[in-house]
Write a protein that binds this ligand. Structure first.
Ligand code: GDP
Length: 524
């Protein structure tokens, strides 16, 4: 055990926020950055998102769509801990990257709009988090507006996601009538409109009540809340840290990111309860301790063209063990080749700075000239470390692609191969015609692909949407070319495995009915 290294690792909290668009991810991130002293005014992150933020090093398309790449990783100190927030792109830029980011974190924060409850994108992301078995902390947002009954919201976690929710605090009123939060975990009441900052909290007596002379003691909202608290005490789940760490229970916090209410309480509890980076699973038989002396890490994301002048790519490495230092010599596990990590950056607020110190849990950006692929492991020392491959996520959108100019096949193929290797899009071939078909999780990936083919490989591509949404693999032994019909499209993936693309779930069911003995599988 390396005590000095372990002390550093134990200060790390690396997480991502999962939510449906508009639930308030950006707003809560911003409040956290404010609490961490990284930004001084609200609106900074937001402005970046909407594209009003002047900075020169975004690729054109990102400017147009207002997507921030500089906020891929946000790092700050809070209460003696080093916090790493990894951005999970949502909206139109939802992609496999969003899923893969969840492979690089130790915990997730789930932000839910309390008027809307659990929405589709949250469900999808939760599924990935659940597979990893990492802890999830829930923030029920927008309490300053009328939302659904708190009891319903907590019950929905169990009903829809199958995770037990345990209330850490409870709203006193909601929307117009919101008075504050009954803070179960900290045994106090947090006021929404305190007379001044020094009187934000009201203490509770032994019975968990306000003393009668306290403000709010005979407020109808407070009395309602006390009834609900009694209900919770009788029937609600008990907080169980082990269950939280195992991803079986989620602590639930209420609040309003926009009015910065409840965010600090949330962040404090999160920092306290969320796990530090733990041993990383290498394969079925091996794990690697975060305080192992030798450096290791894996690449979970490659971002190209952060600076159009230099056409650089940045490979994002999640450090799993050891300590990163400039000029470190590592081996790339896939090829066995040595690589010197000279040009690395870490991410402080909006700026990229040279890495000073990075240990397990931290994210390092490596300038890459084409050495790295998504999922690559790198390690220092003699003992080979190769982490299990990252899961592939089944695309939901498909496009037929071809070069506009048939004379330019060569640049088309070159660009296609390289961009597919980066993993933003998946490549398929039509089983009969060998036509190229691209699959992606989000629409923007296609636009980025088209843009980069033109700008980097001088290849104009034609893209036609296929309208198919569901990809299902079939065992080659069961495949009969007759199964291919107007209701599906038979293609093969880049390893030659056959799969069907269906327009929708209905077309898939039709296939199942017709071929009841044929088993189709979804990758994830
Ligand atoms: P994201 O898409 O999840 O990043 O959501 P944003 O943070 O951009 O928020 C979406 C919208 O909801 C914005 O108009 C926010 O101002 C608003 N919003 C976020 N948090 C709250 C909140 O606590 N209360 C209210 N009333 N609005 C909020």
């Amino acid at each position: 055990m390396n005590k000095k290294l372990l002390d550093k690792v134990n200060k790390r909290r690396t997480f991502a926020i999962i939510s449906h668009p508009d639930a308030g991810k950006t707003t809560i991130t911003e409040q956290m950055l404010l609490l961490g002293g990284v930004i001084r005014s609200a609106g900074t992150v937001k402005a970046r998102k909407t594209g009003n933020y002047a900075t020169s090093d975004w690729m054109e398309i990102e400017k147009k769509r207002g997507i921030s790449v500089t906020s891929s990783v946000m790092q700050f100190e809070y209460e003696g801990k080093r916090i790493n927030i990894l951005d999970t792109p949502g909206h139109q830029d939802f992609s496999e990257d969003t899923y893969r980011t969840l492979m690089a974190v130790d915990a997730a924060v789930m932000v839910i709009d309390s008027a809307r409850g659990i929405e589709p994108q949250t469900k999808k992301l939760f599924k990935v988090v659940r597979q990893r078995g990492i802890p999830v902390f829930t923030f029920m947002n927008k309490l300053d507006r009328d939302g659904r009954e708190p009891l319903d919201l907590v019950a929905e976690l169990e009903d829809v996601l199958g995770i037990e929710g345990v209330a850490m605090n409870w709203p006193i009123g909601m929307g117009q009538t919101m008075k504050g939060l009954y803070d179960i975990a900290n045994h106090r009441i947090e006021l929404y409109h305190p007379a001044d900052a020094d009187h934000r909290f009201l203490p509770l007596n032994e019975a968990g009540r306000l003393d009668p002379d306290q403000p709010l003691a005979d407020d109808p909202q407070y009395l309602d809340t006390m009834d609900e608290i009694e209900l919770l005490e009788g029937a609600g789940a008990e907080f169980d840290r082990e269950a939280v760490l195992a991803g079986k229970q989620t602590p639930v916090f209420f609040g309003s990111a926009l009015t910065n209410f409840g965010v600090e309480t949330f962040l404090q509890s999160f920092v306290d309860l969320a796990p530090a980076p733990a041993a990383h699973v290498v394969n079925e038989t091996e794990t690697l301790a975060p305080d192992d002396d030798e450096f290791s890490g894996f690449i979970f994301k490659i971002q190209a063209n952060m600076n159009p002048q230099h056409r650089d790519r940045i490979a994002f490495v999640r450090v799993c063990s050891g300590e990163f230092s400039k000029g470190l010599d590592v081996t790339l596990a896939r090829t066995g080749k040595p690589v010197r990590l000279n040009n690395a950056v870490e991410f402080e607020s909006s700026a990229r700075v040279q890495v000073s110190e990075a240990v397990a849990g931290d994210i390092v950006g490596l300038y890459d000239t084409g050495n790295f692929q998504i999922g690559d492991s790198i390690y220092a020392g003699k003992h080979k470390v190769e982490f299990a491959p990252l899961p592939e996520f089944t695309p939901e959108l498909f496009m037929r692609v071809s070069p506009k100019n048939v004379m330019k096949q060569k640049s088309f193929h070159k660009g296609m191969n390289q961009l597919v290797q980066e993993g933003a899009v998946q490549l398929y071939r039509n089983y009969q015609t060998e036509d190229y078909i691209l699959g992606a999780v989000g629409q923007l990936q296609f636009e980025v692909f088209q843009y980069r083919m033109k700008n980097e490989y001088n290849s104009d591509v034609e893209m036609t949407s296929l309208g198919h949404r569901v990809a299902r693999w079939i065992d080659p032994d069961q495949l009969d070319p007759k199964m291919s019909s107007s209701r599906n499209l038979l293609v093969k993936d880049r390893f030659g495995n056959p799969l069907f693309l269906f327009e929708n779930a209905f077309a898939e069911r039709w296939f199942h009915d017709k071929y009841p003995d044929v088993k189709l599988t979804e990758k994830l």
